[in-house]
Design a protein around this ligand. Structure first.
Ligand SMILES: [Zn+2]
Length: 168
């Protein structure tokens, strides 16, 4: 059975030993995320591998997986989706240190060397939620009647590719 994980972790220590965290995080405590979805499964499945790169930077890479129901902004009906999130973060001790990271590497700022696992997971899931949730067009009851305007920085159609709805 998979472990239920919770609370503070020490990523720098985990990275030094090349630790791997595999298990589940209870969704009940992720209130920001729950406010953004229609409904969701009870747990997030996670697999996180901690490591240090050649420069001594502490990293985590892995995946998060969560079943959610989102509200289609075209037909206003809920639809099932699976969020599969690739995580790749570098841990830094302060906001200032974020600037020293190589381009393309996302930062997680630690407080006293620690971070609450639920907060890390919730932030990554929130980033992965589509700004404008939409059914795949073929299955949307509203069809082509209404087309929300994509926001500048986030094209909803890029996200559709990741949604595993009821298409197949
Ligand atoms: Zn729809």
């Amino acid at each position: 059975m998979e472990k239920l994980l919770r609370g503070e972790i020490s990523p720098l220590k985990l990275a030094r030993t090349g630790a791997r965290l595999q298990g589940k995080v209870a969704l009940a405590r992720l209130s920001r995320l729950l406010g953004c979805v229609e409904s969701a499964g009870e747990t997030v499945e996670l697999m996180l591998e901690f490591s240090q790169d050649a420069l001594g930077c502490s990293l985590v890479e892995g995946t998060l997986q969560l079943d959610v129901e989102l509200l289609c902004q075209r037909c206003l009906e809920a639809f099932s989706s699976q969020l599969l999130v690739d995580v790749r973060l570098a841990f830094v001790a302060s906001d200032k240190a974020v600037k020293s990271l190589p381009d393309g590497l996302e930062a997680c700022v630690l407080v006293d060397g620690k971070v609450v696992l639920e907060a890390l997971v919730e932030d990554e899931l929130l980033l992965a939620l589509p700004d404008v949730p939409l059914h795949p067009r073929e299955v949307c009851p509203a069809g082509t009647k209404y087309e929300p305007k994509p926001t500048d920085e986030n094209n909803p159609f890029a996200v559709l590719g990741q949604l595993k709805g009821k298409v197949n």
